[in-house]
Design a protein around this ligand. Structure first.
Ligand SMILES: Cc1cc2nc3c(=O)[nH]c(=O)nc-3n(C[C@H](O)[C@H](O)[C@H](O)COP(=O)(O)OP(=O)(O)OC[C@H]3O[C@@H](n4cnc5c(N)ncnc54)[C@H](O)[C@@H]3O)c2cc1C
Length: 289
C-alpha cells in the first residue's frame, strides 16, 4: 500500500502547510498513522501524498509556562502517560492517556492525531475540557488559538482549515484546591463512555465544579448547566441531582445506539459514573487535607 504513496517530511510548519495547500485533496497529514493507515488499508480514504509532520521539532515539545502546560501535537499517548510534568500538572489527563487502547496504539498514536480525527469514542478530549484547554492551529499565514470546545464541531469534524495543522495544546492548571478524576467505561478497546470531573469542596459543600462527558454522542462536552445546579450542594445531594438529569443530558449529549451500547444504556451509565467520579474526587480532596 505504501509503495504507491509519496511521503513528504517537512521540517517547518510553513512547509507542511504549503504542501497541504498545493496538493489539496491529494495530500493528508500523517502523524502516528494509527487511524490514517487503517482507513487507507480498508479503502475508506484515498491519498496520494502523505505529509509526515513528525520532523517538525515544535510538535514534540512538552513545557510549562506560567501555570499552563503546552503539549506538542506529535507527542504520543504513551509519552504523555509517563511524563512526570504531565502527571504532576494534570494527573487525570495522564490517567486518561494511560487508558487509551493498548500499548501498541499508545506508542504509535499522537495527541494531535487523536484530537484532529475527532472520533467520538476517544479519551483525551473529555478530560482536556475540564482544564479549559485551548489549541494552537498554524499555517503559512500565521497562527490562531481556539478553545478546545470550539475545535470539536461534530463526528470526525473539527475547525481545522484544509491547510492548517494542529501545533500544540495548552492545558491550564486547575484552580487551587480543585481535585479531578477521569472514569471510563469500556467493553472493547474503544471507550463506551468517559466522564471527567473536577471539584473544589468547602466545608462539606461543592464550591466549584467542572464536569465533562465524552463518547456517547457526536462530541465530548462540558455540562455547564449541571455545574451551576450542583454549586453549594453536599456530595449526596449533588449525586442525586446528577442522576436526575436524563432530559438535560439527552438534549445536550445526543447519545446514539452503536456497537458499544444503546443510547439509553449510555445515558443511564453517564448519571452513574458522574456520581462515582464526584464521590472519588471528593474523597481525594478529603484525603489531601
Ligand atoms: C485499535 C485502536 C484502538 C483505539 N482505542 C482508543 C481509545 O481507547 N481511546 C482513544 O482516545 N483513542 C483510541 N484510538 C485512537 C487513537 O488514539 C488515535 O488513533 C490516535 O491517537 C491517532 O493519532 P495518530 O498520530 O496515529 O493520527 P493519524 O492516524 O496519523 O492521523 C489521524 C487524523 O488526524 C490528522 N492529523 C494528525 N495529526 C495532525 C495535526 N498535527 N494537525 C492536523 N491534522 C492532523 C490526520 O490527517 C488524520 O486525518 C484507537 C485506535 C485504534 C487503531
Amino acid at each position: 500500500m505504501l509503495g504507491s504513496l509519496q511521503l513528504l517530511q517537512p521540517t517547518t510548519v510553513d512547509e507542511a502547510s504549503g504542501a497541504l495547500r498545493d496538493f489539496a485533496e491529494r495530500g493528508k497529514i500523517y502523524a502516528g498513522g494509527a487511524e490514517l493507515l487503517l482507513l487507507m488499508r480498508h479503502g475508506l480514504l484515498q491519498s496520494e501524498i502523505l505529509v509526515d509532520v513528525k520532523k517538525i521539532e515544535r510538535l514534540h515539545r512538552i513545557a510549562r509556562y506560567n501555570g499552563t502546560l503546552s503539549v506538542g501535537a506529535c507527542v504520543t499517548h504513551h509519552a504523555l502517560e509517563l511524563n512526570p510534568l504531565v502527571r504532576e500538572h494534570a494527573p487525570s489527563f495522564a490517567a486518561a492517556e494511560s487508558q487509551v487502547a493498548n500499548v501498541r496504539v499508545r506508542n504509535q498514536g499522537t495527541l494531535g492525531g487523536n484530537l484532529c480525527f475527532n472520533d467520538p469514542h476517544s479519551d483525551p478530549g473529555t478530560v482536556l475540557l475540564i482544564h479549559n484547554s485551548t489549541v494552537t492551529l498554524g499555517r503559512q499565514r500565521g497562527e490562531r488559538q481556539l478553545p478546545l470546545k470550539d475545535f470539536f464541531l461534530d463526528v470526525y469534524e473539527t475547525a481545522l482549515e484544509p491547510d492548517e495543522l494542529l501545533l500544540d495544546v495548552q492545558i491550564p492548571a486547575l484552580p487551587g484546591g480543585m481535585m479531578s478524576a477521569y472514569l471510563r467505561l469500556h467493553r472493547f478497546q474503544r471507550p463506551t463512555l468517559g466522564v471527567a470531573v473536577a471539584i473544589r469542596m468547602n466545608g462539606g459543600t461543592i464550591a466549584e465544579s467542572r464536569l465533562a462527558v465524552g463518547c456517547i454522542g457526536p462530541k465530548c462536552q462540558r455540562l455547564s448547566e449541571l455545574e451551576t445546579k450542583i454549586h453549594g450542594t453536599q456530595l449526596s445531594e449533588a449525586k442525586r441531582i446528577v442522576a436526575e438529569q436524563k432530559n438535560y443530558l439527552w438534549g445536550l449529549l445526543r447519545p446514539v445506539d452503536d456497537l458499544l451500547g444503546s443510547a439509553d444504556y449510555k445515558l443511564y451509565m453517564t448519571g452513574v459514573m458522574l456520581g462515582d467520579a464526584l464521590e472519588q474526587t471528593a474523597r481525594s480532596d478529603h484525603k489531601s487535607h
